[in-house]
Ligand binder design. Structure first.
Ligand code: KIV
Length: 265
């Protein structure tokens, strides 16, 4: 089966086919996710929180993103791999942004990058990355790299002014040439309006059912992340793993493991 490309996602929107996106950070789960038929694997800077246990995503470095992106890329054969640009990897200058986006492609093996913020703020940067032939996925609404400015993890675009701004931001990202846009934590009716007003796919997280696709953080959907209203636990792997670890500890203590079956003559 051919690999999903940034260009082909636009055709899915035209055909009315929904797009499934999941995050991944390591080899075995990236392989399983790819085999599940997901369209896009996002190596999100959320790895700072769900894999590294940090309070937010702000301290994630380029080297850490390259490391995780390379691991995921080596496992994924079919889905589009998108590497997330961490805080300060693209905010300083377009030149630095191109260099860092290029690292996610060359060293990380990704086929596209994602960055947070509208074209109204990062137009020159997004254009420079696109000019280097690197596809860019936008990300508006709640932008976790701006939590200190936003005052916390809050739903965005609730009032008329916020709604108008977000619609303009989505149109700006479409016009500049992004191949898709993540809409994070925006009212469902606004996500629907944005989705209907642009030709590139919207990928929602906490943005209701009318986006062109959905993205979830893998650890949240496996019961190993934080509880969020917009996520759904499809399998409580966290609880299953804890039970397995407890059984192992108890069998080692009691001498029930290992038996002859797990031993050499
Ligand atoms: O870092 C991430 O995983 C993300 C998704 C939540 C969209 O940006």
């Amino acid at each position: 089966m051919p690999r999903v490309s940034a260009v082909s996602l636009r055709d899915r929107k035209k055909a009315g086919e929904k797009i499934a996106v999941l995050t991944a950070y390591d080899f075995p789960t990236a392989k399983l996710i790819d085999q599940s038929g997901v369209d896009v694997v996002l190596v999100g800077d959320s790895c700072g929180m769900v894999v590294m246990g940090r309070e937010n995503t702000l301290s994630v470095t380029m080297d850490e993103m390259v490391y995780h992106t390379r691991i995921v890329s080596s496992a994924v054969e079919r889905a589009l791999v998108v590497g997330d640009m961490p805080f300060l990897s693209y905010q300083v200058s377009p030149q630095e942004a191109v260099r860092n986006a290029g690292r996610l492609i060359v060293e990380g093996g990704a086929q596209a990058v994602k960055l947070e913020g509208p074209a109204q703020r990062f137009g020159d940067t997004i254009r420079a990355i696109l000019d280097a032939s690197i596809p860019v996925m936008g990300h508006i609404g709640l932008q976790p790299q701006s939590i200190h400015q936003l005052g916390g993890y809050k739903v965005q675009g609730r009032d008329a002014e916020g709604r108008t701004r977000l619609i303009e931001e989505a149109k700006g990202l479409e016009q500049i040439g992004c191949f898709a846009i993540v809409l994070e934590c925006v009212p469902a009716s606004l996500a629907k309006e944005i989705t209907e007003s642009i030709s590139i796919p919207t990928i929602g997280i906490g943005a209701g059912p009318d986006c062109d696709g959905q993205v979830l953080v893998m650890h949240d959907m496996l019961g190993m992340g934080k509880y969020t209203k917009f996520s759904k636990v499809y399998f409580d792997a966290g609880a299953a793993m804890k039970t397995a670890f407890e059984s192992y500890v108890s069998e080692v203590k009691s001498g029930a493991f290992p038996t002859a079956e797990h031993s050499f003559e």
